[in-house]
Design a protein around this ligand. Sequence first.
Ligand code: 2PG
Length: 254
Amino acid sequence: MADAPYKLILLRHGESEWNEKNLFTGWVDVNLNAKGEKEAVRGGELIKDAGLTPDVLHTSVLKRAIRTSQLALESMDRLWLPVRRSWRLNERHYGALQGKDKAQTLAEFGEEQFMLWRRSYDTPPPVLEDGGEYSQSDDPRYATIPSELRPRTECLKDVVVRMLPYWYDTIVPDLLAGRTVLVAAHGNSLRALVKHLDGISDEDIASLNIPTGIPLVYDLDSDFHPVNPGGTYLDPAAAAAAIEAVKNQGKGKK
Ligand SMILES: O=C(O)[C@@H](CO)OP(=O)(O)O
């Protein structure tokens, strides 16, 4: 393998209560379900069995990612790791779709609009008005984000824009310091990071899905380009099946 000084492990949270119900989630802070907890433990075991030892953890500020990281770290007896959390690793804000049923949304608006909202690079869902049941406008954890920066909906392009400063300013310095970095985050914030790492086009990113709970390892060269493009899933067979399930969400299958 070409020279690859940096090791990055990406982990999407385990299945959540709303993944199970097939609801658009975004910034709504739902918990893991029992299957998701098991996936998180297994994710940690996979990392350990691969001989990897994360030195630092980065998570979003949403409990499904935080709990996944804790369960994974516990299963490798590394709960003691230093941890940084940022809203910049949060799931994509799903705007007015938050809390809506994916299958009903597909039936109501049709496949084309559904896929535009769900996977197009630059078409955000309608804005979520402040103060509603699924709004985070009064959530204290976001109180320090200036209002012009605070999303009320996001497309993937918006996620790339808000996530990249965190990549460059916080994760890259950890890699440069020689640390193996574990990032526990979400389907769409990880799609944004993978798009950046692999240089995936705005069109091609639409068909890339990330499964819950299966670690994806990148070996990065000195310019932070993957020497293993696309990364390496630690359980490739399970990842392939789970990717297909994510793709089919909304079609009555999970
Ligand atoms: O609902 C969401 O927040 C995300 C991830 O679960 O869904 P999707 O894969 O449809 O972008």
